[in-house]
Write a protein of this length. Structure first.
Length: 120
């Protein structure tokens, strides 16, 4: 695969994220687009763990990462709802990307910022 094709893929991903940001409600879809821009292949979730941890902390919510990398964010009940049942949301942080082959593209091990899929 040629560098031009990799940049084409990157431009498509950027356009997709911009389209996502236009969905309503924008406050939610903007967060989704931000998350979507974070590289997170399986077994290499450090960046997305840091991103989600910072997200919880930015909202002043109790946030911590356990010994295996689970991010736990606790949100207290809204005023007047303290007696209601607890809601728990769970999700995987990693994303399984399709591997693509690139030969003679990069002579060093530098990371391409725009390419967030794992390159085989």
């Amino acid at each position: 695969m040629r560098l031009e094709w990799v940049c084409y893929i990157c431009s498509k991903l950027n356009k997709m994220n911009e389209a996502i940001r236009q969905l309503e409600p924008k406050s939610i879809w903007g967060y989704f687009a931000d998350l979507n821009a974070v590289p997170r292949p399986s077994k290499k979730e450090q960046r997305v763990i840091a991103f989600i941890k910072q997200f919880g902390e930015s909202l002043n919510l109790p946030t911590y990462v356990d010994e295996v990398g689970n991010v736990i964010i606790k949100k207290p009940a809204s005023k007047g709802m303290e007696g209601r049942k607890t809601v728990v949301l769970q999700s995987h942080l990693d994303m399984v990307h399709q591997k693509i082959q690139i030969h003679n593209l990069i002579s060093t091990h530098r990371e391409l910022k725009c390419l967030w899929m794992e390159i085989g």
